[in-house]
Write a protein that binds this ligand. Structure first.
Ligand SMILES: Nc1ncnc2c1ncn2[C@@H]1O[C@H](COP(=O)(O)OP(=O)(O)OP(=O)(O)O)[C@@H](O)[C@H]1O
Length: 723
């Protein structure tokens, strides 16, 4: 079916095209048409008849269910064929412009995609701004009127002077004078001897289509007629295309047949319409070249681009090659990503960020705030805890002496006369614990120490420090117990030395030798810091990318970029590259604040810490891209990103050791994206391990495996959804 350049006669050939969005309701029902080279082809029809659907099949944004579409001699999407690509200029029905870009920036984005040199982009932009009577090219799109925005959209399609223009309602919202100006320009580019252009245009202003070379009247997914405008008017003896169209619709309604073939329907229309209307109806073999007697086109289209002129020489003129860099055809044959396209997307993304400096600043400030808050708020020892003390010791001075051993920094000691008063203080949440010493504290303690074997239960209890806690806060309770026990050990040790006894007698029977890994006195910060660093980097990157494609879709430029030849992979790489730079900045700041400013201990090599953090940022980005490929709406993408955060935080052994989880959860925990990385980070920071240690390289392997899996999934989802 593919045509060699020498045979090319039609810019677009559609043969028995069927397309439905939902299987039960076909939108295009076996439609066939041919757009001659170097002509303006007006596609007319009521709203909802399938014009846009047809154009989307032509530009390769929709895949036909059945039938064949050929554009500039090849099927859209065929490797090596520049459709989608720079063979066409597409103006979609939606505005499809970034509101925050200037006219010039918009042009530059497309110009870069089409490999146009800067001077050429500037020259064309100036020309189009003047032709389409646009205000300054430095004006933001959002500051233009609706009609002006549509003209910018039109200008984008014209920018690289493609051999085929597909224009979906370019004149909507444009005043009559300017509409005529647009038509004049279209006629001039079609008639340009050196670079004739073919144009397919849909319009609701039926009469303006008279200026075109061919019109096709569509209804309900079928073609009612396809002919030169004057022929249609002559045939139906009418003065307006609108009346002709109404007549055809009436005849079609009277004779509506439940068939799905364009040929059949067209033939039936023809039978009703006139005895010999072979020019009006679509022929049974639509891909055969049709004879044309269109004088105007013959006169004005010197490229010999009439339907029956098989002029092989005209083709090189039509398939402009000047913007195709060396090796580009080869690249597209093998579906390799184009650096030009990626850089165009990156440039566009940075331009976008430049306009949102507050957002960008926030992206860098947020990880700093998070790590600062973590280092300041988490892992430190509680202090200033109110302790309700009751010293009833009347048997000596030891009770009062012990009170002086309590840590003044940890405790704010509030003395009470009775136990009941002190307990009320705790019950009213004004103190964390009651610390009481019995009336025989001094004598019982001395009895314990002087003759431990003779100590009775009553002596043991009387010579002890009693604590009654508000146990609602586990960490505070633990802290109080630990601090009081340490104070007692010190106090008792000093007392024993006074008796000439060894203070070691009050030491615990378990002796803590120097640790094999980690530090002597590990803090909770040390336990949590590796997890926090990995988590912040990971989820900042997820948040950064989760909206990438969602916003692309919303802003509407996506369709246009894809038709311009940017592939899904290139778009993804472009987004990744942009976010990678931001993520690298975030990671740098995060590590600087945690390792340098807050001195989180790092016993291993900083290099592994940096690489591991960056790799996790990359995995987070991949998760974000997958979410943005999956979700259509912003709020669902945000919820998905947030939704993945808490299970990961809880299950990855960041807040509490995974060893405390039930067996089955431990199994799940080990397989999560950040679990192994957290363990690897802990191994480098606290244990001082290098890359060859299993926990470290497993962290790298796990992160790489997750990143690759998520990216492949994102790519697959984007391909399946058509983005
Ligand atoms: N993405 C979609 N999903 C489901 N149905 C769709 C989709 N896009 C279009 N349709 C349906 O397909 C039919 C043809 O739509 P299409 O946009 O092609 O019509 P049109 O002739 O371009 O209309 P208009 O002139 O109003 O733009 C309509 O019934 C429309 O509701």
């Amino acid at each position: 079916m593919d045509v060699t350049p020498g045979q090319l006669m039609h810019a677009v050939e559609v043969d028995t095209l069927c397309k439905s969005y939902y299987k039960s309701t076909p939108v295009l029902k076996g439609l066939s048409l041919q757009v001659p080279l170097g002509k303006i082809y007006g596609l007319l029809g009521p709203s909802g008849c399938g014009k846009t659907t047809l154009l989307k099949c032509v530009v390769g944004r929709l895949k036909p269910d059945a039938g064949v579409v050929q554009v500039m001699g090849g099927r859209p999407g065929k490797p090596g064929h520049r459709v989608p690509g720079n063979l066409i200029g597409y103006m979609p029905q939606d505005l499809a412009l970034y509101q925050d870009f200037t006219v010039s920036e918009t042009m530059y984005y497309f110009g870069r995609i089409f490999h146009m040199p800067s001077q050429e982009i500037d020259r064309q932009t100036d020309f189009l701004v003047s032709l389409l009577e646009l205000p300054s090219k430095r004006r933001l799109i959002c500051q233009l009127s609706g009609g002006q925005q549509r003209r910018v959209s039109f200008a984008c399609a014209l920018l690289h002077r493609p051999p085929l223009l597909i224009l979906d309602e370019p004149t909507v919202g444009v005043d009559p004078l300017l509409r005529q100006c647009i038509w004049n320009h279209m006629l001039s580019i079609v008639n340009n001897r050196e670079r004739p252009t073919s144009i397919v245009i849909t319009t609701h202003y039926i009469e303006e289509a008279r200026q075109g070379h061919m019109v096709a009247l569509m209804r309900d997914g079928r073609l009612l007629a396809e002919a030169e405008p004057q022929e249609l008017l002559d045939r139906y003896n009418d003065s307006s295309l609108e009346s002709v169209f109404l007549k055809l619709c009436e005849m079609d309604s009277e004779d509506s047949l439940p068939d799905t073939s364009a040929a059949a329907s067209s033939t039936s229309v023809a039978a009703n319409a006139a005895a010999s209307t072979s020019e009006i109806v679509t022929e049974n073999s639509p891909l055969l070249p049709k004879p044309s007697n269109h004088d105007r086109s013959l006169n004005s289209s010197p490229a010999g681009a009439t339907s029956n002129s098989n002029d092989g020489d005209s083709l090189p003129n039509l398939l402009y090659k000047e913007y195709v860099p060396l090796g580009d055809s080869l690249r597209s044959v093998f579906a390799l990503p184009s650096l030009w396209h990626i850089l165009a997307v990156v440039g566009k993304n940075f331009n976008n960020l430049r306009r949102r400096l507050t957002f960008l600043a926030f992206q860098f400030i947020l990880p700093i705030i998070q790590i600062v808050l973590f280092c300041v708020c988490v892992g430190g020892d509680p202090f200033g805890l109110t302790l309700a003390s009751v010293n009833l010791d009347s048997s000596g001075e030891l009770g009062a002496k012990f009170m002086t051993y309590l840590d003044n920094n940890t405790f704010h000691v509030k003395p009470f006369k009775s136990l009941e008063e002190a307990r009320t203080e705790v019950r009213n949440v004004r103190a964390w614990a009651v610390l009481s010493l019995g009336s025989n504290f001094s004598t019982d303690l001395l009895a314990r120490f002087s003759n431990p074997t003779a100590a009775t239960n009553a002596t043991l209890s009387g010579g002890s420090v009693h604590l009654q806690l508000d146990n609602s806060n586990y960490q505070v309770s633990l802290m109080i117990q630990k601090s009081v026990a340490e104070s007692f050990q010190k106090f008792a040790g000093d007392l024993l030395s006074q008796f000439g006894l060894s203070p070691e007698l009050v030491s615990l029977p378990v002796v803590m030798d120097a640790p094999l890994l980690g530090t002597d006195n590990p803090s909770f910060t040390e336990f949590m810091a590796p997890g926090m660093i990995v988590t912040i980097v990971f989820f900042m990157a997820t948040g950064l990318t989760a909206l990438s494609f969602v916003l692309e879709r919303k802003e509407g430029l996506l369709d246009r970029s894809l038709v311009a030849g940017v592939t899904i992979l290139e778009l993804m790489l472009g987004h990744m590259l942009t976010q990678l730079l931001i993520m690298a900045g975030q990671t740098g700041l995060l590590l600087f604040f945690s390792l340098v400013v807050f001195q989180v201990p790092c016993h291993g090599s900083v290099l592994w810490v940096i690489l591991l953090a960056l790799l996790n940022g990359f995995t987070g980005m991949s998760l974000g891209l997958m979410i943005s490929a999956l979700c259509s709406a912003e709020n669902s993408a945000i919820q998905a990103a947030l939704g993945t955060m808490y299970p990961n935080l809880l299950l990855s052994g960041i807040i509490w050791p995974a060893e405390a989880m039930p067996q089955y959860l431990r199994f799940i925990s080990r397989g999560l994206p950040i679990s192994q990385s957290v363990e690897a980070m802990r191994s480098v920071l606290s244990r001082g391990f290098g890359f060859t240690a299993a926990p470290v390289y497993l962290g790298f392997v796990s992160a790489i495996a997750w990143a690759s899996g998520l990216l492949l999934l994102a790519l697959l989802l984007l391909r399946i959804r058509g983005i």
